[in-house]
Design a protein around this ligand. Structure first.
Ligand code: 2PG
Ligand code: MG
Length: 430
């Protein structure tokens, strides 16, 4: 058949941090082509699928992915050659069977994901369809609220800034995606001015947000509110705030270690701190407020704030349906963060989104802190209609490429485009 896979070829390329990652090219018998590159996290959850690195210190300090490349070019290429690229489920099942482990440790989730995504792109090419249309069907037309991470901390700022990793703004009041992008970008630039005036550094972190060394984490919220107002927007009306503390990164021996503030606090104290912030600032979303295995803490968090804001699980769920199912059963959150490389195939990622929807939970698609210019997640977000996407500040080529792709999608949809706006950032709040 014309849409069967003719060849699969992987290579080692660099990501935005200058670390090696995988890029895969897939060619079908009709000449259709698909290319995909795999991102890489820094504040990775311990339950994520395995990112296979060579651990050979003489190359790239052990971070090479030559083994994963070889796995694609030899074993995977042989296993999926001749499969129909339009049958994504069969392709992904074949990859899972070939790997045979629970965590994709044999072939590497990075090797598997590169192939899975490149096959989808080749199939879309064969159908002469844009990726969002191929993945999402005839009715895919809703653009997400961009969640701009304009102030970076934690490991993304080398622990030189705030303990909390991400302070985001969401222009929920914008009439369309292009305007949301403009609003967010203007606020980002205004924040630079506010920081300069305050005598802070305006160097940027891994995701393009500024990374000032603030004395208290809460100071970031004040600076951002100032920037929103300074840029001419109304906090809480036009633009809301979102946080990803990535708290697994500062959870030690049962306590949360806020280094900048020189204090160690319990889960209950963290929850009280968030509740206080939610009362004082227009915060609509909190991701990873507590650590990846602090299930009791999460239950408390959800009891306190689950009816007020969106509580998104990243490291706790790792886009894995088994962990999401537990989260739904134990009622610990109301949304899931969706990262393709946490689980390793397109099919499993879609299953995670569907599980969230079936429970009336939200789903927020996410980039990784190590990225390439691949914009798969932009199309994926529109296809799966998740209503919001976080892919960094409106700064750094690998971040803006996703936002620019959403501009292109909005343009091509023309009158049919819908902007998710406020409702989709606050799925459970009236
Ligand atoms: C996160 C991500 C992306 P990393 O924690 O949500 O922002 O960071 O890719 O480093 O895990
Ligand atoms: Mg996170």
């Amino acid at each position: 058949m014309k849409t069967n896979i003719q060849s699969v070829h992987a290579r080692e390329i660099l990501d935005s941090r200058g670390n090696p990652t995988i890029e895969v090219d897939v060619i079908l018998f009709d000449g259709s082509k698909g290319r995909a590159a795999v991102p890489s996290g820094a504040s990775t959850g311990i339950h994520e699928a395995v990112e296979l690195r060579d651990n050979q210190s003489s190359r790239y300090g052990g971070k090479g992915v030559a083994t994963a490349v070889k796995n694609v070019n030899i074993d995977i290429a042989a296993a999926i050659r001749d499969l129909d690229a339009l049958d994504q489920t069969q392709v992904d099942r074949t990859l899972l069977e070939l790997d045979g482990t629970a965590n994709k440790g044999k072939l590497g989730a990075n090797a598997i994901l590169g192939v899975s995504l490149a096959v989808a792109r080749a199939a879309a090419d064969a159908c002469h369809m844009p990726l969002y249309r191929y993945l999402g069907g005839a009715t895919a037309c809703r653009l997400p609220v961009p969640m701009f991470n304009i102030l970076n901390g934690g490991v993304h700022a080398n622990w030189q800034g705030t303990d909390l990793q991400e302070f985001m703004i969401a222009p929920v009041g914008a009439p369309n995606f292009a305007e949301a992008l403009r609003w967010g970008t203007e606020i980002y630039h205004y924040l630079k001015k506010v920081l300069k005036e305050g005598g802070y550094s305006v160097g940027v972190g891994d995701e393009g947000g500024f990374a000032p060394a603030l004395k208290r984490n809460v100071d970031a919220l004040d600076l951002i509110v100032k920037a929103i107002e300074g840029a001419g927007y109304r906090p809480g009306e036009d633009v809301v705030l979102a946080l990803d503390p990535a708290s697994s990164g500062f959870y030690e021996d049962g306590l949360y270690h806020l280094r900048t503030e020189n204090r160690k606090v319990s889960a209950a104290e963290m929850v009280a701190m968030y509740a206080d912030w939610v009362a004082k600032y227009p915060i609509s979303l909190l991701e990873d407020g507590l650590a990846e295995d602090d299930w009791d803490g999460w239950k408390l968090l959800n009891r306190e704030l689950g009816n007020k804001i969106e509580l998104v699980g990243d490291d706790i769920f790792v886009t894995n349906v088994e962990r999401i199912a537990r989260g739904i059963k134990e009622n610990v959150a109301n949304a899931v963060l969706i990262k393709l490389n946490q689980i390793g195939t397109l099919t499993e990622t879609v299953a995670a989104v569907r599980m969230a929807y079936a429970a009336d939970w939200g789903a927020m698609v996410s980039h990784r802190s190590g990225e390439t210019v691949d914009s798969f997640i932009a199309d994926f977000t529109v296809a799966l209609d998740t209503g919001h996407l976080k892919t960094g500040a409106p700064c750094r080529g690998e971040r803006v490429e996703k936002y620019n792709q959403l501009l292109r999608i909005e343009e091509s949809l023309g009158e049919s485009a819908i902007f998710a706006g406020r409702r989709n950032v606050l799925p459970r709040v009236s």
